[in-house]
Design a protein around this ligand. Structure first.
Ligand code: NAG
Ligand code: NAG
Ligand code: NAG
Ligand code: NAG
Length: 165
C-alpha cells in the first residue's frame, strides 16, 4: 500500500526565494551595486519557483534586456508596487527586474535571473532540490490531477479496509 502511495504521489517540489535575503528589495550600498546579480548567481532557479520581493516606497518592474541595461522604466512588461510581490518564474530563460523608482535602478536596484530548463529526470530533481535547500524555503505542491488520483486511491483503499473488517 505504501508503495502504491509513493508511486502515485508525484509530489513536485517548488521553491520560494526571498530576493536579496534579509535586505529584501532595497537600494544597495554604493560599494555593493551588483548585490542582486550576486544574489541571483548564488541560487538555482527552476521553472515554477517563485521570487518574493519585499520593499517599502519602491516597486518592481519586469522589463526587457535592453530596458534593464539602460534603466528604462517607461514601458514595463509588468509592474508591482504593493510592497510584497510574489513573482512566478513560469518559463525557462532570463527575467529582468528593475526598480520603478527614478534613479534606484541606476543605483543598483536591478537584477537578472536565469531560470534553468525543465528537469528531465527524478535524479536531477533530487540534485537540484538538495542544492537549493539552504537558500530557499521548500513548499510541497501537488498538481490537481495527482490530487484527484490520490483521493481516488485513498477511497478504494478505504473501501477494501471496510470490507475486510
Ligand atoms: C561596503 O561598505 C560598508 C561600510 O560602509 C561595509 O560595512 C561593507 O562591508 C562594504 N561592502 C562591500 C561589499 O565591500
Ligand atoms: C508567464 O506569465 C506571464 C504573465 O502572467 C504570461 O504573460 C506568460 O504568457 C506566461 N508564460 C508562460 C510560458 O506560461
Ligand atoms: C509548472 O506549473 C504548470 C502549471 O501549474 C505545470 O503545467 C508545469 O508542468 C510546471 N512545470 C514544471 C517544469 O514543473
Ligand atoms: C548532481 O550534481 C553534481 C554536481 O552539481 C553532478 O556532478 C552530478 O552529475 C549530478 N547528478 C545527477 C544525477 O544529475
Amino acid at each position: 500500500m505504501a508503495f502504491i502511495f509513493l508511486t502515485i504521489l508525484k509530489v513536485q517540489s517548488i521553491h520560494e526565494f526571498k530576493v536579496g535575503g534579509n535586505m529584501g528589495w532595497t537600494i544597495p550600498l554604493s560599494n555593493d551595486t551588483d548585490r542582486y546579480d550576486n544574489w541571483a548567481s548564488h541560487n538555482r532557479f527552476s521553472i515554477n519557483d517563485t521570487l518574493r520581493f519585499e520593499y517599502t516606497n519602491d516597486s518592481v518592474l519586469v522589463v526587457t534586456r535592453e530596458e534593464h541595461e539602460r534603466c528604462k522604466l517607461s514601458n514595463p512588461i509588468s509592474l508591482f508596487d504593493n510592497g510584497d510581490t510574489v513573482f512566478e518564474l513560469n518559463r525557462s530563460g532570463f527575467f529582468y527586474f528593475v526598480s520603478g523608482v527614478s534613479d534606484h535602478c541606476e543605483r543598483g536596484l536591478k537584477m537578472i535571473v536565469k531560470v534553468l530548463e525543465a528537469e528531465k529526470g527524478a535524479d536531477q530533481t533530487a540534485n537540484q532540490t538538495s542544492s537549493v535547500k539552504s537558500e530557499a524555503a521548500s513548499i510541497l505542491k501537488m498538481d490537481s490531477d495527482t490530487l484527484s488520483q490520490t483521493l481516488m486511491i485513498v477511497g478504494i483503499i478505504a473501501m477494501f479496509t471496510v470490507f475486510y473488517m
